[in-house]
Ligand binder design. Structure first.
Ligand code: SF4
Ligand code: SF4
Length: 370
């Protein structure tokens, strides 16, 4: 069966950075007119300027996220210019465990390995990287690397619980930055033992992350179309290092998420834009769900920050213990019992009750607005 290769230029975060009147804009929408009308309505790359906060808040909080960009740029440059050592070491299968342990030591919470196939890669670069001057829009991507080390870091759940709020964006961006640091260190190490390596960050992707993480056995794909990890749920960010170092690949896992999602659908019910759909769609033999990326981003534009309600709605994000998971695995009745008890604690509302003081308040960054 012929496999589809994704094109990064089709991703929403690339499309909304196209500027009207440019060659890229005209070429893209001539070839794909069905995207144009809705994309034009939500074309606001600097959507966070819409956030409903006063000027004092904006001047205090925006630099928290903007300050990460120069650091990210320098990480990419450092790794890219780091030479590949001439003293290539020879490794066997057991070395994969060393690489996984090292990735965890650098800060990852779970790690898997895949053998890269051509269809893992995007065909072309999109506009990711524009914020740190790394955009190579339209460049063809050559599948030069043979393996990928794929890993995850959980987001700060106290911050994510405030979704949709500016804390969601802070939690997201700081976790992306940690992902980049882990990836950069690992890529530098791999180059130092004689193999090519490059790390993915939220500003540099050679491939979409969810299929990689699924193939690497880090979790299953939930109704929200995110990867759901058995311990950290949806509240994670994904990273990867692509390399020519040959490692022993892992395989996809099944912890009963399909049956759970069928009974749960909390991400779908809590999504304010109805962007999440229950219908399955199989892409390259991986089980995804239908999803409306335009209405989802409309929410970001409306509120001026990351949404993340689907991430915090997922019962798996609250860390269901493994014994409970095993007891209800593929058993609709037990799943319903679990959900009843879960909802009696969290309530049907999308916001969790939040008794903990958080750091971000209107007009300040150090008070208690719980
Ligand atoms: S981020 Fe918000 S709008 Fe987008 S799918 Fe999730 S809940 Fe819906
Ligand atoms: S919220 Fe429920 S339906 Fe959505 S991904 Fe999580 S488990 Fe699946």
């Amino acid at each position: 069966m012929k496999k589809t290769r994704y094109d990064e230029r089709h991703t929403l975060f690339s499309r909304i950075r196209l500027v009207k009147g440019t060659k890229e804009y005209s070429e893209f929408y001539t070839a794909h007119p069905h995207y144009q009308q809705k994309d034009d309505a939500i074309r606001q790359p600097e959507f966070h300027l819409n956030t409903r906060q006063d000027a004092s808040f904006k001047t205090r909080v925006f630099p928290m996220t903007e300050a990460l960009n120069p650091l990210l740029k320098s990480l990419h440059k450092t790794v890219e210019t780091h030479p590949v050592s001439d003293n290539k070491i020879t490794v066997g299968d057991a070395f994969s465990n060393t690489i996984k342990a090292l990735t965890k030591l650098y800060g990852a919470h779970d790690v898997g390995i895949i053998k890269l196939k051509e269809d893992h890669y995007y065909t072309h670069k999109g506009f990711t990287g524009a914020m740190i001057g790394l955009s190579h829009y339209g460049e063809t991507i050559t599948p030069n690397y043979t393996h990928a080390v794929v890993f995850l870091i959980p987001m700060n759940f106290d911050y994510l619980k405030r979704s949709p709020h500016y804390e969601t964006m802070l939690a997201s961006l700081t976790t992306y930055h940690q992902i980049a640091q882990v990836g950069a260190q690992l890529a530098m190490y791999i180059k130092s033992i004689g193999y090519q390596a490059a790390f993915m960050s939220d500003q540099y992707y050679l491939a979409p992350m969810v299929p990689l993480a699924y193939d690497a056995g880090l979790g299953q794909i939930g109704m929200s179309n995110h990867l759901v990890h058995p311990v950290y749920g949806n509240a994670i960010r994904l990273g990867a290092v692509f390399t020519t170092l040959k490692l022993k690949p892992d395989a996809p896992i099944d912890f009963g998420l399909d049956a759970f999602c069928k009974r749960c659908a909390l991400c779908l019910m809590n999504c304010p834009m109805q962007s999440i759909k229950p219908q399955k769609r199989i892409v390259n033999q991986r089980p995804f769900y239908r999803f409306d990326d335009q209405s989802c981003f409309e929410m970001f534009v409306n509120i001026g920050t990351d949404c993340g309600i689907c991430l915090q709605s997922c019962p798996y994000s609250t860390q269901i213990d493994l014994k409970t998971q095993e007891a209800m695995r593929n058993d609709p009745e037990k799943i319903d019992q679990f959900l009843k008890s879960y909802l009696s604690k969290t309530g049907p509302k999308r916001r969790f009750s939040n008794k903990n003081p958080l750091l971000i308040t209107k007009g300040g960054t150090d008070g208690n607005n719980a």
